[in-house]
Structures are given as C-alpha cells and as structure tokens.
Ligand binder design. Structure first.
Ligand code: NI
Length: 210
C-alpha cells in the first residue's frame, strides 16, 4: 500500500500513543474480554453459523449517545479494535477510509463505525483525536464495559487483554478484525477479512448501492 498523506499524519499519533502508554500506570480497570474462545467466535462468523450484529448503545467521539437505530438508512462498515493497536487496526481503518474516498458520491450511503474494545483507554477524547486520522466520516464509539461487551458479543468479536509486564496498565488487546457490512435496515450482510484492500471493498460494496 502506498504511503499516502493519511499514513504520514499517523506518525505524530504514534509518538503521542507511546507517551500515553508510558504514563498510563494508575488507570487500570477491570478486565473485559470475550467469554467465548477465539476459535468458537471465528467459527460462528466464518461459516455464518449464528446471527451477527444487533443493537448497541454507545457514545461517539463528540460525546453524543448513539445507538444502532441512529444509522438506519445507511450501509454500515463496522470495525472493532483499539486506538493503541500498532498495526492491524490502523491498516484496516486506512483501507476503510480509502474505500470511502473511492466510493465518491456513493459514500453518502455508507457510514463507517469504529467500536473500541479498550474503553479504559479509548475515551471520548482519545477517539476524537484518533478517528479523523482515517476519514472525516468515520465515527468512533466507546462506552462502559458492559455496553462494549454487549456490542462485541453481538458481532461475535473475540478480544482479550494481554499484559506485557507486571505493570497491569501496560497491555495490548488481541482481537478479531473483521469489517462487517450491515444494510440500511440493520441486517448483517457479510464481512471483509482483515487486510482486505480498499479497492476490493469498493468492488464488493458497489453492487449493493445500486
Ligand atoms: Ni487492532
């Protein structure tokens, strides 16, 4: 993938993230993670064995309450991750942003959502800094741990906090990284695997927008 202006703008964020990481020593909270195994959840999504998606009630990067119902009438690209993610999330969010650009006027019918799996660190303020790096229309969503867990469960997302050291605040979040496509009535259509390039997303979304 070519290094574009968006990727360039990520650099100061990486520095900021590293600084925050280093000073985040006394804000550890209770751990939240999937109750089901990674294999079980991947199986549910990959083979379409269970219903995917559903209701959520979260808060966006402007501090506004948002539910799934606010987005009826739009196709949704729903992605779960965390802002401190070193590579997978930025790569997929960049692909989503590029896909929005490439859809041109048709992007009006599409709303990309980034739902954090790390609400302890991904506050409204943190999301407000992070999501505009990828696309002006990208909405970041956070919430309390119960609300995040419910949303993740609905989308069959696997996530687990992995501590690096004895310092419990120094952690990463292992997570599944599908990009879910939801129709204007809130019905799940399917997923793009992690690493799907923008061009392919556009090619596959366009037929739905006719
Ligand atoms: Ni990630």
């Amino acid at each position: 993938m070519a290094i574009g202006p968006r990727m360039m703008r990520l650099r100061p964020l990486a520095v900021l993230s590293a600084m925050l990481f280093a000073t985040w020593t006394d804000q550890a909270s209770a751990q939240i993670e999937s109750r089901r195994s990674a294999a079980e959840l991947m199986d549910a999504v990959m083979w379409n064995r269970e219903p995917i998606g559903g209701a959520f009630a979260l808060t966006d990067q402007a501090g506004r309450a948002r539910t799934d119902r606010d987005f009826r009438g739009k196709y949704l690209l729903v992605y779960f991750g965390f802002t401190f993610c070193p590579d997978v999330c930025p790569t997929d969010l960049q692909a989503i942003g590029l896909a929005m650009d490439q859809l041109g006027a048709r992007a009006d019918a599409v709303q990309p959502l980034f739902i954090t799996l790390d609400p302890a660190r991904d506050t409204v303020a943190q999301l407000a800094q992070y999501v505009p790096l990828f696309h002006p229309k990208l909405i970041g969503l956070t919430g309390d741990e119960a609300a995040i867990s419910r949303a993740a469960e609905a989308y069959r997302v696997y996530f687990k906090r992995i501590s690096f050291a004895k310092d419990a605040a120094d952690y990463t979040v292992d997570h599944s990284a599908f990009v879910y496509l939801v129709d204007p009535e809130g019905r799940y259509l399917g997923f793009f695997p992690p690493g799907t390039p923008a061009e392919r997303m556009v090619e596959m979304i366009k037929p739905h927008l006719r």
